[in-house]
Ligand binder design. Structure first.
Ligand code: GDP
Length: 610
């Protein structure tokens, strides 16, 4: 069947190209999508666009209308039937459009704010696009914010730019050069689309404004011409089914449904579909109905769908069927055409899921991560990696008791990692109760940054707790020189002026001196109970300060006396131990500077600590 499907593909029967929008937050991704949709509607009756499930279908008639303003467009032959633009911008939906490791997104729009250039998530998007080898064009957005910009609608963006005043053109050129340079730093050639020497090796930049609509015609024209010239083979319609689950959604009156993007082939009512489930297995079910929204109307009633007997690629469609609750978004839908195909399909979807999860590298210690879709899981993991938060386990689906048990075993190893980050998934009530009992933290959010903030706040709180608990174990290193003219009390308690020769002395630091008779022995003087600097009580004093300290006998030996047991030729040293060094390393690393650590090493040798 596969071979036959392949044989029947032809350049005269292309499908719509699937387009995703990616880029940094606030660059205008949503606005660009809105503008593409809205102007499409305004572009008139001729081939009105259709709102689909999870995507907007812009037919070629409509694109022709919108690109009329583009210079030289009349020479272009439009061969693809249109563009299927995915409605939700971002990493997660891009990642959900996957098929056996590669992406079902044919071409992406990477949005860059011309005023900001390449930003953190732009680079992340770039890496994602590179990894999946997905071609893309750059919308160099917000040109209307350039100095003294004058808006001209319904013109080719090249003419709009050349009609701007000299200062505006200057700024445009400078900023564009900067962006091109930033692309070069990422190892990529980029050029304005009308200066692009080779669209196969140079990324095209299209100046746009999602607010005024300037450049949008050029953007559409470029998408179409690039798709046709670079992807003609890929866009030949195939009867071999290629469909992916974008989202699993409960809809009143329909139960759990799945929104899917059908990239190739066709789906029919009654088809037997097979999909992977979050428990690592699969489900087999019959399509009860194939649903699409009502065509664009002034007032569209929510959840007012039209049923279709058959849907042909490329389109976005909602599938209603039984038993869809555990389906995983981000994986393929297979159709079993005969009963003996069912088993083969089941095996394949299970393998597919195992392969995708198997590629994720886990750490021995780390948080547990759960997400609603493979794409959102990937987006979250990418973020955690960048934030240096390790993860020890991943799962798609709601948090259940078993997950909490797993987290609690991590809790024993390292407190902070006894944590579940639940991204856009439910937490079952008994799971939450168990977590409360066992001390497992569950953080739940549908925005990655919120999860991150909750976790880092939690981690900080744990850290402070541990510091508090270990405050008395950790001894900071110090070396104090006695100022003999300022000895106020020579024993029990010792009160004297000292200069901090090295390190840092703190209230609570145990103090000793080297024995004169046996240099391998040390006399314990007691513990610093207060420090005064300029007649003010302080908690710590660093190298170079002159302070007055009070040392109280710890009570485990007879009080020592200045002048008899030790004198001004002796250095007062903090008494460190293996345990105190470990506690400093673990909980107070950032409180100590480089010089302190050097002193720590010196003392360690002196005390012959292994
Ligand atoms: P997203 O986070 O990338 O989806 O960005 P949005 O589409 O939500 O846009 C972020 C902000 O930038 C909003 O306030 C938009 O109105 C504004 N914005 C988007 N595109 C443009 C543009 O071309 N020009 C100007 N001046 N503002 C824009």
């Amino acid at each position: 069947r596969k071979a036959e499907a392949e044989k029947n593909r032809s350049v005269s029967n292309l499908r719509a190209a699937v387009i995703c929008v990616l880029g940094h937050v606030d660059t205008g991704k949503t606005k660009i999508l809105d503008k593409l949709r809205r102007t499409s509607v305004q572009a008139g009756e001729a081939g009105g666009i259709t709102q689909q499930i999870g995507a907007t279908n812009v037919p070629i008639e409509n694109i022709k209308e919108q690109t009329k303003i583009v210079r030289g467009i009349s020479q272009t032959e439009f061969r693809i039937p249109g563009l299927l633009i995915i409605d939700t911008p971002g990493h997660a939906s891009f990642s959900n459009l996957r098929s056996r490791g590669s992406s079902l997104c044919d071409m992406a729009i990477l949005v860059v704010d011309i005023m900001h250039g390449l930003e953190e998530q732009t680079i992340e998007s770039l890496n994602l696009l590179k990894a999946k080898k997905t071609p893309f064009v750059v919308a160099l957005n917000k040109i209307d914010r350039l100095y003294d910009w004058s808006t001209m609608s319904r013109k080719d963006v090249r003419d709009i730019i050349s009609s701007q005043g000299p200062n505006t053109q200057n700024e445009f050129q400078t900023r564009t050069k900067q962006v091109i340079l930033q692309f070069a730093e990422q190892g990529m050639n980029a050029a304005l689309f009308y200066e692009n020497p080779d669209p196969k090796t140079y990324v095209s930049l299209v100046p746009t404004s999602a607010i005024t609509g300037e450049g949008m015609g050029n953007l559409l024209a470029l998408l179409v011409t690039n798709c046709q010239s670079m992807l003609a083979k890929r866009l030949m319609f195939s009867e071999e089914l290629q469909a992916t689950v974008l989202e699993v959604k409960a809809i009143t009156g329909l139960g759990t449904t799945i929104d899917c993007i059908l990239v190739n082939g066709r789906l029919r009512e009654g088809d037997t579909v097979v999909m992977a489930t979050s428990d690592g297995g699969s489900i087999v079910t019959q399509i009860r109905s194939l649903l699409m929204p009502q065509p664009m109307k002034e007032l569209r009633v929510k959840n007012d769908y039209i049923e279709h007997k058959e849907v042909v690629a490329a389109q976005g469609v909602k599938i209603a069927a039984k038993d869809l609750e555990k389906v995983i978004a981000g994986l393929n839908i297979l159709v079993a055409r005969s009963p003996d195909e069912v088993e083969i399909c089941k095996e394949e979807v299970v393998k597919d899921l195992a392969r995708e999860l198997g590629r994720i590298k886990l750490q021995d210690r780390g948080v547990l991560v759960q997400a609603s879709t493979l794409g959102s899981l990937e987006a979250l993991l990418e973020f955690l990696k960048d934030s240096k938060i390790p993860y020890s386990s991943v799962k798609i689906g709601p948090v259940v008791k078993r997950d909490v048990m797993k987290a609690s075993s991590m809790l024993e190893r390292e407190n902070q990692y006894g944590t579940i980050l639940a991204f856009d998934v439910k937490v079952e009530r008994d799971a939450q109760e168990l977590a409360d009992q066992l001390g497992v933290k569950i953080f739940q959010a549908d925005i990655i940054y919120h999860l991150f903030d909750q976790f880092t706040a939690h981690r900080e709180q744990l850290k402070q707790q541990l510091r508090q608990q270990n405050k008395h174990v950790a001894v900071f290193p110090c070396k104090l020189r006695i100022l003999p003219q300022y000895v106020f009390n020579s024993r029990d308690p010792i009160v004297m002026g000292v200069i901090v020769e090295d390190g840092i002395v703190c209230v609570g630091t145990p103090i000793c001196v080297q024995s004169k008779e046996d240099p391998s022995q040390f006399l314990d003087l007691g513990i610093v109970s207060s420090i005064e600097s300029n007649h003010k009580s302080v908690e710590t004093a660093r190298r170079g300060l002159e302070v007055c300290i009070k040392i109280e006998n710890a009570g485990d030996s007879a009080p020592k006396m200045f002048g008899r047991h030790f004198d001004e030729k002796d250095m007062l040293l903090s008494k460190i131990s293996r345990q105190s060094i470990d506690a400093c390393k673990e909980y107070f690393r950032e409180d100590l500077i480089k010089g302190d650590w050097q002193l720590m090493v010196e003392l360690k040798k002196l005390f012959q600590i292994l």
